[in-house]
Design a protein around this ligand. Structure first.
Ligand SMILES: CCC(=O)SCCNC(=O)CCNC(=O)[C@H](O)C(C)(C)COP(=O)(O)OP(=O)(O)OC[C@H]1O[C@@H](n2cnc3c(N)ncnc32)[C@H](O)[C@@H]1OP(=O)(O)O
Ligand SMILES: NC(=O)c1ccc[n+]([C@@H]2O[C@H](COP(=O)([O-])OP(=O)(O)OC[C@H]3O[C@@H](n4cnc5c(N)ncnc54)[C@H](O)[C@@H]3O)[C@@H](O)[C@H]2O)c1
Length: 332
């Protein structure tokens, strides 16, 4: 038994509360692999969970943090040995089991990923759920015949974590990326990550017509709501729109016309529950041919567990810029 610090989330008759607590490894969720956590990260979902703004946890109390990377301390599964570097994203972390905002976490070995040799623990957490999600979207789009020749990919919420990693990963994979963002002062930065065009979301004048002149080969949408509704009539024949996020709203509107006239496909992206074989495929890509080139630029902030509250508030106010890395236990 080892005592450690964790950012723990409660919801009971007294309501929502979350903060730093001391706890013991014996109290962690069950699992085969005990990990000393080096890094975690901050995702929009972590902000929803940590503030109680979204119903993310499905059991209480739990340690927050949907991402973690660190070293194995002990394992009852012979596939893992003390000292192995591992990572885990989604897979129930901060939903049904204790997550990465604690100096220790106990993982289910089925969802524990050996750290690829070409990634450091730090790099793996700059990628985290955000980069995994962008890569899952690319994989699903390509499996549904998305190709660079179909036309540029629109990336919405482009200044956020998923957005920046999508610019880097899609452009590296050969796509022309058109970044859509409300932060015009950061357009040069987004071009530096691989965006060939940057579009101010306030200048986007969606016509409201059920079909409009096709402009994008496909899209990765982090925003939802009116943004998603507006993009659907603009997709070239047989392009894909990957629905990733809800930062701008959960409801969207459409007619059937883009789907039955242009063969547009809507692809749902649910990173947390991705099957293991797909996870392995995605991390192989992320470690090699899709490894983001600009991770150090994308990691715009490095914080400790004590700084989580303020980071969540800024993120939910739409103030994100790139990825925030959480240095949990010394880092490596
Ligand atoms: C990294 C990924 C992301 O960032 S995703 C974006 C962040 N997520 C969100 O904003 C969702 C927040 N959650 C919510 O608003 C609510 O929990 C929602 C989804 C609306 C459901 O609440 P409510 O309407 O009260 O229904 P309920 O809890 O009775 O559930 C209905 C059925 O849906 C299921 N469900 C719900 N949440 C999940 C989940 N996270 N994973 C898997 N299943 C889920 C419930 O189990 C239930 O189905 P069943 O009756 O158990 O078969
Ligand atoms: N489907 C999945 O598996 C999955 C995985 C990761 C993230 N997500 C979702 O993707 C989205 C982005 O996540 P993230 O971690 O990169 O968050 P983030 O905060 O880093 O990025 C969000 C981006 O959306 C922009 N934004 C916020 N409110 C907006 C609005 N009203 N209109 C237009 N743009 C707005 C922000 O400026 C920022 O660029 C979130 O909705 C998150 O829930 C989904």
């Amino acid at each position: 038994m080892t005592a450690f610090r964790a950012f723990r989330i409660h919801h009971d008759d007294a309501g929502h509360r979350a903060g730093i607590e001391r706890m013991d490894t014996a109290a962690l969720s069950p699992g085969e692999v005990l990990v000393k956590v080096a890094y975690s990260s901050v995702n929009y979902k972590d902000a929803l969970a940590g503030t109680g703004r979204g119903a993310i946890l499905r059991t209480y109390p739990l340690n927050g943090g949907i991402d973690l990377a660190g070293h194995v301390v002990a394992s009852t599964d012979p596939a893992f040995r003390e000292g192995d570097a591992v990572l885990c994203t989604g897979s129930g972390l901060s939903e049904t089991r204790d997550g990465g905002y604690g100096e220790y976490a106990r993982l289910d070995s089925r969802w524990t990923i050996p750290l690829p040799a070409s990634l450091s623990l730090r790099e793996s957490m700059i990628i985290g759920t955000a980069g995994f999600t962008a890569a899952l979207a690319l994989l699903r789009m390509q499996d549904n015949r998305q190709r660079p020749a179909l036309g540029p990919i629109a990336v919405t919420g482009a200044s956020g974590g998923v957005g920046m990693l999508a610019i880097d990963i899609f452009s590296r994979a050969g796509y022309e990326v058109h970044a859509i963002s409300g932060k015009a002062d950061h357009f040069d930065f987004l071009r530096g990550l691989g965006a060939s065009e940057c579009i101010d979301r306030r200048q986007l004048a969606f016509s409201g017509k059920p079909m409009d002149s096709a402009r994008f080969g496909g899209a990765l949408d982090n925003v939802g709501g009116a943004m998603l509704s507006g993009l659907l009539p603009l997709i070239h024949p047989y392009g894909n729109v990957a629905i990733c996020g809800n930062a701008g709203g959960v409801a969207f509107g459409s007619t059937v016309l883009p789907f039955i006239i242009r063969g547009t496909s809507l692809l749902g992206i649910a990173s947390a529950g991705t099957a293991r074989d797909l996870r392995d495929r995605i991390w192989r890509h992320l470690a090699h041919d899709w490894k983001p080139r600009y991770l150090d630029r994308i990691a715009t902030r490095e914080i400790g567990l004590d700084d989580l509250h303020g980071t969540f508030t800024r993120m939910l106010a739409g103030d994100s810029f790139g990825r925030t890395l959480v240095l949990v236990g010394g880092g490596v």
